[in-house]
Design a protein around this ligand. Sequence first.
Ligand code: FES
Length: 79
Amino acid sequence: MIEVNIIKSGETQTLEVPNDMGLNLMELLKGEEYESIEGTCGGMALCATCHIKIASAKPCLAEASNDELDMLETLPVIY
Ligand code: FES
């Protein structure tokens, strides 16, 4: 199982999901009805409307690549 803690508006919701669920994080959040996750390109890494801030991860995730950072700069608001 994977534990995902979602912090939104100061409240934390914990989701426990199987590690073989076959969904990426965007699909999981959309399935949990986080309407702020637009995901307009369906997860094809073209629009960045599914971007989120990851406060911590175990094991640690790699730093964002230059391509990822460039895409985030195209958004009207960067967190
Ligand atoms: S839905 Fe994630 S990049 Fe478009």
